[in-house]
Design a protein around this ligand. Structure first.
Ligand code: AMP
Length: 437
């Protein structure tokens, strides 16, 4: 199938042609005809499948068709997505797809001044793309005119649920006409998500493009078992040992963890920046732009900040901290191996993560290969300490040539390990060894 066989307006098709897309992706093939017909649709698809175009192209086509008849400009499509980056990405795509039309779009996100956003809302732009928090804030102050909304899109609904946005969305939805088309996209489908679809959609059609929770086949996945206190050293070792790691997304669990890791990698001379919720919108945008341009080798991110980010050519995803939710494993590694390219996903696993690893393996339906990193001095002598129960505030002199707080944390362990057999053994062996001691 090609795009011209889909029910899209010629001006939208012209823009799609300019993008260089040669044929529709499976989600586009399936969803576009249904959206064009006006059906409510549940789309189960991960980022990277082309889902943004799957809902925007038919909605924009419908708007172009009806624009001439609609003299008085009103907001007619409202798209809500969980993070600023995702909203910006959708907005950018829309601008590309409607470049041969006179449709107007507005971006509503937190972290920047709301002046321009209020003006956009009140001028009645055709399409609004928004994060729930800022949208609710402005809507509850009486801005915007939503009584002519024809279509509502809830993108990454599972993440919006996780982030506690559903009550905000409910309040906004009350301001929209009862009779409208609703499109609901989620990477996963579970009981909670199903109950949301019942709440927000009317006789929906389900469109599912991949087996639930299946990472792309082009991603080579491996597990590195490592003690918590050696994770940073292992990461540095990997980055230093090969030039193939040139566009690396590293996932850390907390904002503080992101900061610490970024600082440590910078100290090693590795061009790194972090994106997480405590970084300003400007900082996040700058980091992302620099990463996209290849000026940064490593981008350290939390799950929330990285969700939906679309960067071409990510060579490696490294799960520095194991994902808290199994589904996040799939979202994270989906940042690499996009659109059929090859990618590598490496996951650090400590003893504390072994149960969670089993859950991930069950979810993706396969056992992930455990590999040791060549040339890395695994510390078999250390007791199993997790990040949280490591002794704190203990001043240790930094080891040769390395300075700073971060290295202090590891210096003790490394000194302990000196002169001992540093050969890697499994967790099982090392715990037996401890019992014997
Ligand atoms: P999404 O899943 O919407 O985040 O899209 C992921 C990436 O795929 C984006 O960079 C899109 O520009 C790109 N894309 C969308 N549709 C197609 C297509 N039919 N052919 C090739 N690339 C596409």
């Amino acid at each position: 199938m090609n795009f011209s066989q889909l029910p899209l307006h010629e001006r939208i098709l012209k823009a799609v042609k300019d993008t260089g897309y040669t044929k529709p992706t499976p989600i586009q093939e399936q969803a576009i005809p249904k959206v064009a017909k006006g059906a409510d649709v549940i789309g189960i698809a991960q980022t990277g499948t082309g889902k943004t175009a799957a809902f925007t192209l038919p909605l924009l086509s419908k708007l172009v068709q009806s624009t001439e008849a609609n003299e008085e400009r009103n907001t007619r499509v409202l798209i809500i997505a969980p993070t600023r980056e995702l909203v910006e990405q959708i907005h950018e795509n829309i601008k590309i797809y409607c470049k041969y039309t006179n449709l107007r779009t507005g971006l509503i996100i937190g972290g920047i001044t709301d002046k321009g956003q209020i003006a956009k809302l009140n001028s009645g732009v055709d399409i609004i793309v928004a994060t729930p928090g800022r949208l609710l804030d402005l809507v509850s102050k009486g801005h915007g005119n939503f009584h002519k909304v024809q279509a509502l899109v809830l993108d990454e609904a599972d993440r919006m649920l996780d982030m506690g946005f559903i009550p905000d969305i409910r309040t906004v939805v009350k301001k929209l006409p009862k009779s409208k088309q609703t499109l609901f996209f989620s990477a996963t489908l579970n009981k909670q998500i199903e109950s949301l679809t019942k709440e927000f959609l009317n006789s929906p059609t389900l469109v599912e493009v991949e087996r639930r929770a299946s990472p792309a086949e082009t991603i080579h996945q491996t597990i590195h078992e490592v003690f918590e206190h050696q994770k940073t050293e292992l990461l540095e070792h990997l980055l230093e040992s090969s030039h193939e790691f040139y566009a690396v997304m590293v996932f850390a669990r907390t904002k503080l963890g992101c900061e610490e890791l970024t600082k440590a990698l910078k100290m090693e001379g590795i061009a790194t920046e972090a994106i997480h919720g405590d970084r300003s919108q400007g900082q996040r945008k700058r980091a992302l732009d620099e990463f996209k341009k290849g000026k940064l080798r490593v981008l350290v991110a939390t799950d929330v900040a990285a969700r939906g980010i679309d960067v071409e050519g990510v060579t490696h995803v490294i799960n520095y901290d194991f994902p808290e939710q199994s589904e996040d494993y799939i979202h994270r590694i989906g940042r690499t191996g996009r659109a059929g390219t090859k990618g590598v996903a490496i996951t650090f696993v400590t003893k504390a993560n072994l149960q969670s690893l089993k859950k991930v393996e069950k979810l993706i339906g396969k056992t992930l290969p455990r590999t040791n990193v060549e040339g890395f001095a695994y510390d078999n002598s250390a007791p199993e300490l997790t990040r949280d129960d490591r002794p704190r505030n203990k001043k240790v002199e930094p080891k040769s040539g390395r300075t700073g707080d971060h290295q202090n944390k590891f210096a003790n362990r490394k000194n302990n390990a000196q002169g001992r057999d540093l050969k890697r053994s499994s967790f099982k062996k090392s715990s037996n060894k401890r019992k014997r001691r």
